[in-house]
Design a protein around this ligand. Structure first.
Ligand code: DC
Length: 223
């Protein structure tokens, strides 16, 4: 096992942006675990499978192949060989991924895949349960958070930049609902690991948060 840095936090906390930058600067492999739950949701939607149809979901999980790759410096997501990098970033998938990821059978298949992806590499893995369930003995655990307004503001801006239609009030309500669902579910809920270091990014720039996290990592591991 190489070095494992776990970054958990709610939707809109900036995990994606920050882990990508930290990974580049410390030469770590960046693993976005949310993308994997998004793939499960997309595959089920494509096959017209609802969250209640557990047998059908189990069939999907048996055959699903998810690859996270870096191509020309861009993170690419392949679902059964198809490039779904943009398809998994819609609002429909935001909501569906939150629902499908609460299913025990889904987590039981995806968690081992995440552990396997980390084998023999120095990684930074971001998600909701990395420091609590996937890698409870990670070398460094960060819990990234910020105010609700800031989460919605960032996601609204990100949507507009991606050309996705966005309304601030709707985004605010949606993020709140999704984070509530992720935090209150029974299995592997979004929660700060006891030994995770809390970083509140509300009044910090991207560069400040990146440098703060790099400093925390360097204090804990020789990198
Ligand atoms: O980080 P994200 O928004 O791409 O994640 C999409 C959904 O997947 C999110 O609503 C919760 C779920 N998720 C999870 O349950 N566990 C993880 N480790 C990562 C994401």
């Amino acid at each position: 096992m190489g070095i494992v840095i776990a970054v958990d936090g709610p939707a809109g906390s900036g995990k994606g942006t920050i882990t990508k930058l930290v990974a580049e600067q410390l030469n770590l492999v960046n693993i976005d675990t949310g993308a994997m739950y998004r793939c499960v949701a997309l595959e089920c939607i494509n096959k017209n499978i609802k969250e209640t149809e557990i047998n059908k979901i189990e069939e999907v999980l048996k055959n699903i192949e998810i690859q996270l790759k870096k191509e020309n410096d861009k993170q690419v997501v392949l679902l059964n060989g198809e490039n779904v990098t943009d398809k998994i970033r819609t609002r429909e998938i935001d909501i569906a991924a939150s629902k499908f990821s609460a299913i025990k059978q889904v987590r039981n298949s995806i968690t081992p895949m995440q552990r396997a992806m980390a084998e023999n590499k120095n990684i930074i893995m971001e998600g909701r349960d990395i420091g609590t369930v996937v890698f409870p003995s990670a070398d460094v655990k960060i819990f990234l958070d910020c105010s609700s307004e800031e989460k919605a503001r960032r996601r609204h801006k990100q949507n507009l930049e991606r050309g996705i239609e966005s309304n601030f009030e709707e985004i605010f309500a949606e993020i709140e609902r999704r984070n509530k669902l992720d935090s209150e579910r029974e299995i592997a809920p979004l929660v700060k690991a006891e030994d995770a270091i809390l970083v509140d990014s509300t009044n910090m720039t991207i560069e400040e948060v990146t440098q703060k996290i790099i400093k925390i990592i360097k204090e804990k591991v020789n990198i």
